[in-house]
Design a protein around this ligand. Structure first.
Ligand SMILES: [Zn+2]
Length: 233
């Protein structure tokens, strides 16, 4: 049975306000199942956690629902290429993101479609200015949904999809090619010399730099997961 890998850009396509993050993993799996994608599903939530700091409670809820967490720098090309290196047709790739992110990824996605993979897309709604993107893109995307409608198609009573294998979750920092198995691993990584040095090399000077420094303590400083982003401070 074909596997489905979901890359979810929570920066450009966040959960609707009324939707509980602890249900996100089960709802995405259920909606895919209801649409006929019955194989194993892997979900990764991607965010530039420095530009868009997240509360620890949000990340913990997503992680607990069976969603991997990845800190990305720029668009999620490294995750896309990583998936391509390991996937074999007829695997399915689902992207959950807005038009802008999709446009940035369109060239590699066209190539992936040519190789026999299935591409699915959920998005917050098409903007009129992106009509050309959709006109060309729909020729290769097998199916697309409005994000909120996609979530609404889930069966929230499908207990069989309850994610119970937390130890299988992973976290990553694509900037440093770091991976770990808990949010604590990620916060510890954000405090490491490796991450700080990599960040200094790549960091563009924005007003968000101050936020990054707030959320990254020197190596060895024990900080609670709430410091993944300043919104809970
Ligand atoms: Zn890093």
């Amino acid at each position: 049975m074909a596997t489905t890998t979901v890359l979810w850009d929570i920066d450009s396509c966040p959960l609707p306000d009324s939707f509980g993050p602890s249900l996100a993993g089960r709802s995405i799996r259920s909606a895919l199942k209801n649409s006929g994608y019955l194989g194993p599903v892997t979900i990764t939530a991607m965010s530039n956690l420095h530009l868009n700091p997240r509360s620890a409670s949000l990340l913990e809820a997503l992680f607990s629902s069976g969603i991997h967490i990845s800190n990305i720098f720029g668009y999620c090309l490294s995750l896309l290429f990583g998936w391509r290196m390991s996937a074999q047709p007829p695997a399915t790739l689902m992207l959950i993101c807005d038009d802008t992110t999709l446009e940035m990824l369109s060239e590699p996605l066209f190539r992936i479609c040519d190789e026999g993979f299935t591409i699915l897309v959920a998005h917050p709604g098409r903007k009129p200015v992106s009509a050309d993107l959709w006109k060309t893109f729909l020729s290769v995307v097998s199916r697309d949904w409005i994000w909120e409608s996609f979530l609404g198609s889930a069966d929230d009573k499908d207990e069989a999809l309850e994610y119970k294998c937390r130890e299988m979750g992973y976290v990553s920092c694509e900037m440093c090619e770091f991976s770990g198995f808990s949010l604590k691993d990620l916060t510890t990584h954000f405090s490491s010399d490796e991450h700080l040095e990599e960040g200094n090399e790549r960091e563009t000077k924005t007003e968000h730099v101050g936020e990054q420094e707030t959320s990254c303590a020197p190596r060895g400083t024990k900080r609670p997961a709430a410091h993944i982003g300043p919104s809970d401070l």
